[in-house]
Design a protein around this ligand. Structure first.
Ligand code: ADP
Ligand code: MG
Length: 687
C-alpha cells in the first residue's frame, strides 16, 4: 500500500464508505492523511464521574447503563432522551432534547465519551446535550485515539462519524507518511526549522503536545504557500526567458510628441509609471506589469502613452475593458487625444452588427487599425491582429487569468499591462499577481477634493433631496444607484425602472431623469450615458453598471439606495464615479443596516477615501475568496494558510520560493532534485 492506493483498500473501508469519503475529496491514502483536522480538542484529562462538580467542563468515559426516551406533549412535538453512563466511580445522566435518534446511538452497553458542561439535577451530575462519541467495541488500542490525548476534530460528512474518521486516518498514517515525498526541500526546511512532512502529518492529526501541533501546522501552511510561490516564480521566469520580436524605444522626441496630445501635464506618479512602462517596452523580454491606482488616479492616460509609443513603431496595441460602456468611453477619450492624428482606432464590442464586425476584424488583420479597444469580444477566436505588440487590460480584476492569457496569445510575446482600480492589499498582490512587476499611481491629479460620504436613514430623505436639487440647479449631475433592475417579491428593493418613475414624478419634477441598467441594449446604454454626460438628463438612475471607470467630471453627487447591500470595495468603486473634476462632491448612502457587519462596512467607507485602507478592511471583513469576486479565477484555494493572518509566513515562503527558482531553474523540468512531488503539485496549480 502506498500514497496512491485508493482508500477502498484500507481495512474498514468498503465501497459505501469509499463513496462517502469521496464526497470529502478523499480518494487515496495520501488524500486521507492530508484530510486535516479543523480543530483539536484537549482530552488529555478525562474526569472520573465521582469527581464531577457543577459548572465544570469535563470529558467522561464510561458505558451506557440505562436509556430512557420520552415524548413530551405540548404545542410542539418534543422529546427527551436520557442515558445513564457509568465509569465504575459513579454515574452521570446525559440528556438530549429533541434528538430522538440518540436513542439508537446510545444503546445500553455502548462505550462512550461525553464532553460538556456539568449541571446538578436531582442530586446528581448531568450533562445536557454533551458531545458524544461512541467508542468501537473492545478495541482498546483504537479507543486511545479518542480520549486521553489531544484529539483531532476532522471535517465529516453524512455517514462518517468522528471516531471512524480518526481511526482511518490513524491506520493510513504509518502506511504512507514515510512514503510521501516531502515537497519542501531539506535546505528550506533546515533554514526555517520546519519539521519534515511525515512528522508534520503525524503531529497535525495526533499531536503529542500543543507545541508540536503548532510546529506541524506552521510547516504545512508554509508548504502550501511555498508551492504557490514556486508556481508564480516559475511563471515569471518563463515569461522572462521569452524574447519578443519587437523592441519599442521611447526617446525624448517621441515622448514629447505623445505628451503633446494630452490636455494636461502628467502627475509625478504618472511620469514614474510611464517611465517604468517605457523601460519595459524597450527591454528584450515581454513586459508583465500591474498598474495599480485608486479610482480617478488617471490610469487611462498612462495606458495611452504606452499604446502610442507602440503605434509609433508601426505595431498594434489592444485595450480590453470589462464593460461596453467603459470600452466606448476609452474609445471616445482616445479619439479626443488623437484628434487630427494618423493613428487609426477600432472599437470591438459584442453589440456591433455582424457586417460591421467583419469589416473591423478585417481591418485589424490587415493592420489598418493601430489601436483596438474592446470588450470580451476582443478575445474571441476570430479576432486576429497583424502586429499586436502591447496588450492592456483595464479593471483587470473583472477578468479571469484565462481571459488575460487568451489575449496574450493573439500577439507574438506581446508586452502586457494589467490595470486595477481595486487597490489590492499587499498579501494578495503577492499571490494573485506574484509573477508581475508592479507600478503604483499613488497620487491623484491636482485639484481633486476628497469626496465627502454621508450615511443617511430613510428619515433624512426629504432634506437630502432638497440639497440635491440645489446642486442640480448649479449644473451638477447626479448618479442615483439602486441595487436591482426588477422589483421582486422576495427582495422588496426599489427597482431601477420603477424608481426612476417615482423620482421623475415626485422628486425631480423639473429636470429629466435618465435610466441606465445592465439589461439595456448597447445602443440604449450609450444614449443614456451620452445624455447624462451632456447634461440633458442631469439625474441618472442606474444599477452598479456604472461601477467601473465611467468618467463624467460634472457628476458631483452619488446617491446609493440600500447601501447595506453593496460590498465595501464596490461602494468605493461607485464613489470613484464622482469627484473626478475639481468640484466638491458628496456621496449619500441611504441604508437600512441591521447587522454589525453592514454597519462596519458603511462606517469604514465614510471614514476614509484611501482605497488601500478600504481594501484591507474589505479583505478582513470578507476574506480573499469573496474579495475579488467569483470571476477572479486566479484566487488560489488554500486549505490551511490564511492570506491575512499568515502574511509573515507568506512573505517568508515567497522569499524561499523565489530564491530556489532563481538558484535552480532546472527545478522546472523533470527529475529535479526535489523529486516529482513538487512537479506534480505544481502541474496541478493553474498556470
Ligand atoms: P482611472 O485611474 O480611474 O482610470 P482616469 O484615467 O479615468 O482614472 O482619469 C480620471 C480623470 O482624471 C479623467 O477625467 C482624466 O482626464 C483626468 N486626469 C488624468 N490625469 C490627469 C492629470 N495629470 N491632470 C489632470 N487631470 C487628469
Ligand atoms: Mg479607469
Amino acid at each position: 500500500m502506498g500514497p496512491d492506493t485508493p482508500v477502498q483498500f484500507l481495512r474498514g473501508v468498503g465501497p459505501g464508505r469509499a463513496a462517502r469519503l469521496a464526497k470529502l475529496g478523499i480518494r487515496t491514502l495520501a488524500d486521507l492523511v492530508r484530510h486535516f483536522p479543523r480543530t483539536h480538542e484537549d482530552r488529555r484529562q478525562t474526569t472520573r464521574i465521582s469527581d464531577l462538580r457543577a459548572e465544570m467542563h469535563a470529558t467522561v468515559r464510561g458505558h451506557v447503563v440505562t436509556l430512557r426516551s420520552r415524548g413530551l406533549g405540548g404545542r410542539r412535538a418534543r422529546s427527551v432522551v436520557t442515558a445513564t453512563v457509568d465509569d465504575g466511580s459513579g454515574t452521570v445522566a446525559a440528556e438530549f432534547w429533541n434528538q430522538p435518534w440518540r436513542a439508537e446511538q446510545l444503546a445500553p452497553g455502548a462505550a462512550v465519551l461525553l464532553s460538556g458542561r456539568v449541571t446538578w439535577e436531582r442530586g446528581g451530575p448531568c450533562l445536557t446535550s454533551p458531545e458524544v462519541e461512541v467508542l468501537p467495541e473492545g478495541d482498546e488500542e483504537e479507543n486511545l485515539l479518542h480520549a486521553g490525548r489531544i484529539v483531532p476534530i476532522h471535517p465529516l460528512t453524512h455517514g462518517i462519524y468522528a471516531t471512524g474518521m480518526r481511526a482511518l486516518v490513524h491506520r493510513a498514517l504509518p502506511l504512507v507518511a514515510d512514503a510521501l515525498e516531502d515537497p519542501l526541500p531539506a535546505g528550506v526546511r533546515r533554514e526555517r526549522d520546519l519539521p519534515d512532512l511525515a512528522s508534520a502529518l503525524r503531529e497535525v492529526h495526533f499531536p503529542a503536545s500543543y507545541e508540536t501541533l503548532r510546529a506541524a501546522v506552521r510547516r504545512l501552511k508554509f508548504e502550501e504557500l511555498f508551492l504557490l510561490q514556486v508556481a508564480l516564480a516559475r511563471r515569471r521566469l518563463r515569461h522572462a526567458t521569452e524574447d519578443k520580436p519587437h523592441v519599442v524605444v521611447v526617446d525624448e522626441r517621441l515622448d514629447a510628441r505623445i505628451r503633446a496630445r494630452f490636455p494636461f501635464v502628467l502627475t509625478d506618479a504618472q511620469d514614474r509609471c510611464v517611465k517604468e512602462i517605457a523601460d519595459d517596452l524597450a527591454a528584450p523580454r515581454p513586459m508583465n506589469r500591474l498598474l495599480q491606482g485608486d479610482v480617478g488616479a488617471g490610469k487611462t492616460v498612462v495606458a495611452a502613452h504606452g499604446m502610442l509609443a507602440v503605434v509609433a513603431h508601426r505595431l498594434q496595441a489592444a485595450l480590453l475593458a470589462p464593460t461596453e460602456i467603459l470600452a466606448e468611453q476609452h474609445h471616445a477619450t482616445l479619439s479626443r487625444y488623437l484628434d487630427g492624428s494618423q493613428v487609426r482606432l477600432g472599437l470591438i464590442t459584442g453589440s456591433a452588427r455582424s457586417k460591421q464586425r467583419r469589416t473591423t476584424l478585417a481591418a485589424l488583420a490587415a493592420h489598418e487599425i493601430d489601436i483596438a479597444v474592446g470588450t470580451h469580444a476582443l478575445i474571441q477566436q476570430d479576432v486576429t491582429f497583424a502586429a499586436l505588440a502591447l496588450v492592456i487590460v483595464d479593471e483587470q480584476h473583472k477578468f479571469g487569468v484565462l481571459q488575460r492569457a487568451a489575449l496574450r496569445e493573439k500577439g507574438l510575446h506581446p508586452d502586457m499591462l494589467v490595470m486595477s482600480a481595486t487597490p489590492i492589499p499587499r498579501t494578495l498582490t503577492m499571490t494573485l499577481f506574484g509573477d508581475l512587476d508592479v507600478s503604483v499611481l499613488d497620487e491623484l491629479p491636482p485639484g481633486r477634493r476628497p469626496v465627502e460620504t454621508v450615511l443617511c436613514r430613510e428619515g433624512d430623505r426629504r432634506q437630502a433631496y432638497d440639497w440635491v436639487r440645489r446642486e442640480i440647479a448649479r449644473g451638477r449631475r447626479v448618479f442615483h444607484v439602486v441595487p436591482l433592475v426588477e422589483e421582486s417579491d422576495e427582495l422588496p428593493l426599489r427597482a431601477a425602472v420603477q424608481f426612476r418613475e417615482e423620482l421623475a414624478q415626485h422628486v425631480f419634477r423639473d429636470v429629466a431623469v435618465g435610466l441606465l441598467h445592465g439589461k439595456m441594449k448597447g445602443a440604449e446604454k450609450d444614449a443614456a450615458m451620452e445624455a447624462f454626460r451632456r447634461g440633458e438628463t442631469p439625474v441618472l438612475v442606474c444599477t452598479s453598471v456604472v461601477e467601473v471607470g465611467v468618467d463624467v467630471p460634472e457628476a458631483t453627487v452619488l446617491i446609493v439606495e440600500h447601501a447595506e447591500r453593496f460590498g465595501l470595495a464596490q461602494l468605493h468603486q461607485l464613489r470613484g464615479r464622482i469627484g473626478r473634476g475639481n468640484l466638491a462632491s458628496r456621496m449619500i448612502c441611504f441604508h437600512d443596516a441591521h447587522t454589525d457587519e453592514a454597519r462596519a462596512r458603511l462606517h469604514a467607507l465614510a471614514a476614509t477615501t484611501d482605497g488601500f485602507r478600504i481594501a484591507e478592511e474589505d479583505l478582513r471583513i470578507r476574506g480573499p475568496g469573496e474579495f475579488l469576486g467569483t470571476r477572479q479565477s486566479g484566487v488560489p484555494e488554500l486549505r490551511l494558510a490564511n492570506l491575512i493572518t499568515d502574511a509573515p509566513l507568506l512573505a517568508a515562503a515567497r522569499r524561499a520560493a523565489f530564491d530556489l527558482v532563481a538558484r535552480d531553474p532546472g527545478l522546472l523540468g523533470e527529475g529535479a532534485a526535489t523529486g516529482h512531488a513538487l512537479a506534480r503539485t505544481l502541474s496541478s496549480l493553474r498556470d
